[in-house]
Write a protein that binds this ligand. Structure first.
Ligand SMILES: Nc1ncnc2c1ncn2[C@@H]1O[C@H](COP(=O)(O)OP(=O)(O)O)[C@@H](O)[C@H]1O
Ligand SMILES: Cc1ncc(C[n+]2csc(CCOP(=O)(O)OP(=O)(O)O)c2C)c(N)n1
Ligand SMILES: [Mg+2]
Ligand SMILES: [Mg+2]
Ligand SMILES: [Mg+2]
Length: 328
């Protein structure tokens, strides 16, 4: 990296999508206009080299794309439409300008898909590794809240899409590296890990349904996210393992691990939530009209913030285990 200022000018977008932006990159802070019909939604997530990725698991392009995707996923879990994002990047000498260009290309490609504008950030140096922090800003119809605390007794627990694929892909990448000669099926799994698709469209369908919904995105694994809903709503979630929508390429040697991958692997970035049982079929139909799979995986019962896995003749308590930064 030659110079911080020429780097910033090289990543400044040439074109802006959002008309509500007044001041973008170039001043002390960005300015955009809000709207009374919407609530503003904002969140931030960080990706750290060695923790969230290595040069062997993600390409520079995929690092950028995923850093934005995981944040869009949190907006999706609130039913929000993304508008803006800011990027803080700490760069070590091991990273070339060419690689950093690819990181921004990955972010920009996903940003363009959702008409989301880069409006600011920060660039610093670090001694080792790459750290990317993305903040996203979006909006959702005023007072439309898809909170983790909205689950009620009698609800159906649902998931969008497939789960378990990302953890299986990560296992392959950690063992063989991203340049290995993977089969077509293995490639689907590695891509599930490397290029997760934020469920913005599903979040929007859910937000516009007008049903009471609880919602969370699957970053740390189904067990952990289900526990977050159960705790926030002070209810018991019962999950049927036979109903989990496993990634279709979890075959062969991976079959025996698929339950573990889905429950504790994480990074599928699908949405898990609950809705009154009588509304589930209508929601599923609405989703299927947009080619989004919605699967019922269990039910909400009376209880105090816990999750159980349903077996033939017993229920097993699902601990909030999964990815946890400070317990290994
Ligand atoms: N260091 C921090 N300072 C303030 N708030 C934080 C911090 N870390 C996490 N949070 C907040 O705690 C909540 C849960 O965070 P997290 O588990 O990272 O959510 P998610 O899995 O959806 O990304 C969020 O509201 C987040 O903004
Ligand atoms: C090299 C490597 N090792 C391990 C993992 C697994 N991993 C790292 S972070 C994480 C969970 C998601 O990250 P977190 O920062 O907890 O996201 P949040 O819940 O805040 O959205 C997982 C499964 C990985 N992605 N890459
Ligand atoms: Mg987070
Ligand atoms: Mg989240
Ligand atoms: Mg997150």
């Amino acid at each position: 990296m030659k110079d911080e200022f020429s780097f910033i000018s090289s990543i400044t977008p040439k074109q802006i999508h959002q008309p509500s932006l007044n001041v973008g990159i170039g001043d002390d802070a960005a300015i955009y206009s809000g709207s009374t019909q919407y609530d503003e939604v904002v969140c931030v997530d960080t990706m750290v080299e060695g923790v969230h990725f290595t040069k062997n698991t993600l390409s520079p392009y995929q690092i950028g794309k995923k850093a934005l995707a995981v944040n869009l996923s949190d907006l999706a879990a609130m039913g929000a439409i993304p508008h803006y994002f800011l990027v803080s990047i700490a760069i070590s000498p091991q990273w070339t300008e060419e690689e950093l260009e690819a990181v921004y290309k990955g972010m920009n490609d996903l940003a363009n898909k959702y008409q989301t504008d880069l409006i600011g950030g920060d660039t610093v140096s670090t001694k080792e590794g790459l750290v990317i922090t993305v903040t996203v800003i979006g909006r959702v119809e005023a007072r439309r809240r898809l909170l983790r605390s909205n689950a009620q007794i009698g609800d159906t627990v649902f998931l969008t899409g497939y789960v378990g694929g990302s953890a299986a892909g990560l296992a392959l990448l950690l063992e063989y590296g991203r340049k290995a000669d993977f089969s077509k099926e293995e490639e689907k799994l590695t891509l599930a890990h490397q290029e997760p698709q934020p469920q913005i469209e599903a979040g929007r369908i859910l937000a516009q349904s007008n049903f009471r919904l609880s919602l969370n995105d699957v970053s740390d694994g189904v067990a952990s996210e289900a526990n977050e809903i159960a705790e926030a709503s002070q209810v018991k979630l019962t999950i049927d393992p036979d109903k989990l929508p496993y990634h279709p390429f979890l075959n062969n040697g991976l079959v025996s691990k698929k339950l573990d991958f889905a429950l504790y692997g994480g990074e599928d970035f699908q949405l898990i939530g609950t809705v009154a049982s009588e509304h589930f079929e209508a929601l599923k139909k609405k989703c299927s009209e947009s080619d989004i799979l919605l699967t019922s995986i269990g039910e909400v019962n009376e209880g105090e913030g816990s999750v159980y896995l349903k077996r033939a003749d017993e229920q097993i308590k699902l601990l909030k285990k999964g990815y946890n930064h400070f317990s290994k």
